[in-house]
Design a binder for this molecule. Sequence first.
Ligand SMILES: *[C@@H]1O[C@H](CO)[C@@H](O)[C@H](O)[C@H]1NC(C)=O
Ligand SMILES: *[C@@H]1O[C@H](CO)[C@@H](O)[C@H](O)[C@H]1NC(C)=O
Ligand SMILES: *[C@@H]1O[C@H](CO)[C@@H](O)[C@H](O)[C@H]1NC(C)=O
Length: 228
Amino acid sequence: MELKLCFSFLLLHVIHVQSSRQWLINVPRKIYALETSCLVIPCIYSIPWRVSTPNLRKRTGLWKIGKKIVATTNYNWQLPKEYKYRSDFLGDLHSLNCTMMLEDVRRTDVGPFYFRIEIDPVKSYSFKKNSVHIDVTSNPTPPSMSVQRMDGMVASCFVTHPCPTNPPKFAWNRPERATRRSNRVNMWLWKTTSILYFSPKPGAFNQTLNCTVHYSGGKQATSSMIIP
Ligand SMILES: *[C@@H]1O[C@H](CO)[C@@H](O)[C@H](O)[C@H]1NC(C)=O
Ligand SMILES: *[C@@H]1O[C@H](CO)[C@@H](O)[C@H](O)[C@H]1NC(C)=O
Ligand SMILES: *[C@@H]1O[C@H](CO)[C@@H](O)[C@H](O)[C@H]1NC(C)=O
């Protein structure tokens, strides 16, 4: 339900941006990220008709901080050492998609990041007013846990994060295999949930159930519950 609403919201945004004829962009203002992990900046843009015709073949997309290039669609360009191998331009410019990814997030990656488009031969535009700020924390959030007694037991464990391309993994202190799924919470935030079905040993009291989340990049956090 929440998911459906969210998708129709995004779709409306895409339609709105595509049918307009101005320099427009839709990006989040702020993203909360975990140090060493990754983040995706979702991004769609539009350009004025007078610029987009007739010669729109050659476009270059850039993500920048100040004068520094963080990511680009032009692989011939050199990125500064601090972003090389850490950034990736995921979006397809011709579908008006300027989505970017940053891995191994550092405490200094606060931004503001902005998107710039260069259109052959002379026309360029920087979306500086719509820059993206990153709030980097170094403490991984422990997962939220719940356990329910059904036929057997059903335990679930989830975290939210900004990195759909590389979602966190979960480990339980039980041998049963868990399933994992992700869904979108808002424009930039995702929720990844692990669900475990198990049957506790009859007569075993006060057993601890642990769920450990392993974020991409290696940070982890554990939550525990006594099995009711
Ligand atoms: C933009 O591109 C990214 C990466 O390919 C994709 O995940 C996302 O769904 C695209 N966004 C839209 C609005 O199409
Ligand atoms: C389970 O924990 C409760 C509360 O800590 C304690 O009173 C009880 O004795 C424990 N039961 C067993 C079998 O260990
Ligand atoms: C579960 O986590 C607690 C601390 O959160 C730890 O003391 C305990 O050893 C863990 N149990 C298992 C079986 O991993």
